[in-house]
Design a binder for this molecule. Structure first.
Ligand code: SAH
Length: 391
């Protein structure tokens, strides 16, 4: 018999609006032997079918895969992955000068709990739910069958994201082929060494591609400070576009090594790396810059941390705005999902008022098209940024 969860009366509305999550508090009755990762049918209080999804004993109890009563089998993953890859083709992301993209972005591609990033013929899978982890063979087969010779290796990197699942052994490893790391891939003509095994996340922060490209437009002849640089994405794009000098800063010596290696890989000059805490360093900069990039990790992962996070963003932005050269640009970001674009903008405006300089917002930035937001899951919007011009 199929496993099922039945919702309380009045708890079916969000599912009927096609929101892809069922919270644990909405569940009245459940099959007795439910295990993390099981495929379950979601029923309303009168036992009418609503949806089918992956169960997990957590706040988000069901991640919905289909609102039709269809089997979650090899064919299901094949169709979803075909659709996701077709979007990236239509977005013209597979190009001779670009081989880095997000192929599957969870809810945004109708596959909640699944991330797949693509680096020059290598797909890196990151599962955020046990259900996706259990389906990983189907997912790998579908990726291979859709991408054909465009994929030579598929790596499953889920031990970080499923670390808390101690009742289950989560193993990282290749599901297809094998590819030594670092592996070189291209973003808009810039070469990057990608190491999905030792790097943060799947090895690279793909979500800043278009924002880096925009920095490139303003970089010629400019002196740039790129803070929270990780593997140097913004720095390399600035140098490729003629920046006169770039300083890259990160608190992680490993990240700085990645940046230095990427600079060497592209044979760029006029670059210097700094290992330091950006929050401290920016209080009193030893030099003046035309462009400052602030791309910190999420200051707030939960709503209860929001207030402190806002103060953190305000201080960081105030320090940058106070010291940037007249006629300079601040590229400032937040990837905290609990801080929306209005709150972030107001925080940056508050920082500008505090330092008393004349600033204008000239660009409003967000996540790129390969990180799509499902119309039924507005929470999928997480990355926001501003370009601020300072007189
Ligand atoms: N801008 C990067 C991605 C940033 S990810 C890119 O384009 O790829 C966030 C980075 O901030 C990580 O590399 C992390 O090591 C670094 N970091 C976290 N806390 C920091 C701090 N207090 N000071 C400096 N860097 C920090």
């Amino acid at each position: 018999m199929k496993k099922q969860v039945q919702l309380y009366k009045n708890k079916a509305e969000s599912v009927m609006r096609k929101h892809p999550w069922v919270f644990s508090g909405a569940i009245d009755l459940a099959s007795e032997d439910l295990q993390d990762g099981d495929v379950v049918e979601v029923l309303d209080s009168k036992a009418n079918f609503l949806a089918v999804g992956h169960f997990q004993n957590a706040t988000i109890a069901v991640r919905i895969l289909s609102f039709d009563n269809k089997a979650i089998d090899a064919n299901f993953f094949q169709k979803k992955i075909e659709n996701a890859v077709q979007l990236r083709r239509n977005l013209n992301l597979f190009r001779p000068d670009n081989s880095i993209m997000r192929l599957i972005h969870g809810e945004g591609d109708g596959l909640p709990g699944l991330i797949v990033d693509y680096y020059n013929k290598v797909a890196v899978i990151q599962c955020h739910s046990v259900g996706m982890y259990r389906a990983v063979e189907h997912i790998a087969q579908a990726l291979h069958s859709v991408l054909k010779e465009e994929v030579i290796a598929i790596y499953n990197k889920s031990s970080d994201t499923l670390a808390h699942k101690d009742q289950m052994e989560i193993k990282d490893g290749y599901l297809l082929g094998n590819c030594p790391t670092p592996h070189v891939a291209l973003e808009n003509g810039v070469k990057f060494n990608i190491d999905w095994i030792n790097g943060q996340k799947t090895g690279f922060f793909i979500d800043q591609r278009e924002n880096r490209a925009l920095l490139g437009k303003y970089a010629k002849g400019k002196k740039v400070l790129n803070t929270f640089c990780y593997s140097g994405g913004f720095s390399l794009t600035a140098l490729k576009n003629g920046a006169s000098l770039v300083h890259s800063l990160d608190s992680s010596a490993k990240a700085i090594q990645l940046t230095d290696d990427n600079i060497a890989l592209n044979q760029f000059e006029s670059h210097q790396s700094i290992v330091a805490d950006a929050v401290e360093y920016i209080k009193n900069l030893p030099e003046q810059y035309d462009v400052i990039v602030l791309d910190p990790p999420a200051f707030a992962k939960h709503r209860d941390k929001r207030h402190k996070a806002i103060q953190g963003y305000k201080r960081l932005n105030a320090n940058a705005l106070r010291q940037i050269k007249p006629g300079g640009f601040l590229f400032t970001f937040s990837c905290s999902q609990v801080i929306d674009k209005y709150l972030f903008t107001n925080t940056v405006i508050a920082a500008a008022i505090e330092v008393g300089r004349n600033v204008r917002i000239v660009e409003q930035l967000h996540q790129p098209a390969d990180h799509p937001i499902s119309a039924y899951h507005p929470e999928g919007e997480y990355l926001k940024g501003l370009v601020v011009y300072v007189d």
